[in-house]
Design a protein around this ligand. Structure first.
Ligand SMILES: C[S@@+](CC[C@H](N)C(=O)[O-])C[C@H]1O[C@@H](n2cnc3c(N)ncnc32)[C@H](O)[C@@H]1O
Length: 339
């Protein structure tokens, strides 16, 4: 252990603060971040007494990373000793709370040994293998536990703790920015309806960061709704969120909202159901897959489809969320219903 300048922050805020510090090159990477009860201690490149935001830098004890090596090199070092071929070891991984997801390039027989080395170095509870893709309408991920206990994990993103089981529920790290992109459209007192809520990817961010009066969440998968309700409770947001299991086309048909979220690639096929749920002056945030060639004309196409349903619309802020497959984009847009 060595004494070094650092800051101590509430564990719920730690992810967000660490990303801020990393972006500004303020983290001392040779030392390990550690948790102490409800607080997380982060080694920083600043002198004691200095203020980072409103956080005062003080001296704390930190342990060093082994030989100052990066985790990947540490993992390779461990595996080399047990004769595992380094070329089978994934160079990247996804971390959800205390769980790590790995994608293996080849069919190595040494998956278990590799997973255990990741557990040892990254100090995680479970390691999963990502087989790729999702199954069925409920979008169950093709993810399999390889080492550790498995079960629920708690993943912190932008001030919200999401509780879910990586083997049971899809969670897309590529959608991080999108989960906050449209929050600015929500005004105090608004009613929001999330028709494909999943575990509350959007709903819980809305409940946490806006003054919406209530967020109604629907999903056809009871397991997703169970996790959503648990996360709402863990985050102290239950009074703003009402979750229901069912097909969003028919569940609570009398419900009306100022803003409707349709976070499903088939949202355009369901758009009439979103429109019917809107109060006048409202709009829909819709997600869809679009080929590169279609992007320029896609707004006109949506407006045309809505006109054929007897309504009028204006597509605003159509943008790419992420690449989904070669030449295919996950896109989203705000569709204001104007008449
Ligand atoms: C892509 S996932 C959730 C997406 C999430 N909003 C996000 O951004 O990651 C789509 C969700 O829609 C749900 N779903 C599919 N068809 C549905 C329907 N007809 N009614 C309600 N939920 C449905 C699935 O169970 C799944 O949780």
């Amino acid at each position: 252990m060595i004494s070094h300048p650092g800051i101590s922050v509430m564990k719920e805020e730690a992810d967000e603060i660490v990303s801020y510090l990393l972006k500004n090159n303020l983290v001392e990477k040779k030392l390990k971040i550690h948790q102490n009860g409800n607080y997380v201690c982060i080694p920083v490149r600043a002198q004691p007494g200095y203020l980072i935001g409103n956080m005062e830098v003080a001296r704390y004890d930190f342990s060093t990373r082994i030989n100052g090596r990066k985790p990947y090199e540490e993992i390779l070092g461990i595996l080399e000793k047990s004769g595992v071929n380094g070329s089978s070891v994934p160079k990247r991984w996804i971390t959800y709370g205390d769980s790590v997801i790995l994608k293996f390039l080849d069919n190595t027989e040494q998956i278990k040994s590799i997973a255990k080395a990741f557990m040892e170095v990254l100090k995680c509870k479970s390691v999963y293998e990502m087989k790729g893709g999702v199954r069925g309408r409920n979008r169950i991920p093709r993810v399999k536990l390889v080492a550790g206990k498995g079960g629920e994990t708690r993943h912190l993103e932008n001030g919200v703790i999401y509780v879910f089981d990586p083997e049971r529920i899809m969670y897309s790290p590529g959608n991080v920015n999108e989960r906050h992109h449209f929050l600015r459209l929500i005004r105090g007192g608004d009613t929001v309806i999330d028709m494909f809520a999943g575990i509350g990817y959007f709903s819980l961010q809305i409940a946490r960061h806006t003054d919406a009066a209530r967020v109604y969440c629907m999903d056809i998968n009871p397991e997703a709704i169970r996790f959503l309700e648990k996360s709402a409770s863990v985050n102290g947001l239950s009074q703003y969120v009402e979750a229901m299991v069912g097909d969003c086309r028919v569940t609570k048909p009398e419900l009306r909202g100022d803003l409707v979220f349709m976070g499903n690639f088939s949202s355009i096929d369901y758009i009439i159901h979103g429109i019917q749920r809107l109060r006048s002056g409202g709009g829909i945030i819709a997600h869809f897959l679009v080929s590169s060639e279609e992007i320029d004309t896609y707004s006109d196409r949506i407006n045309y489809m809505i006109r054929r349903l007897g309504r009028r619309s204006s597509v605003e802020d159509l943008h790419r969320v992420k690449s989904y497959a070669p030449n295919l984009w996950h896109m989203s847009a705000y569709i204001r219903i104007t008449g």
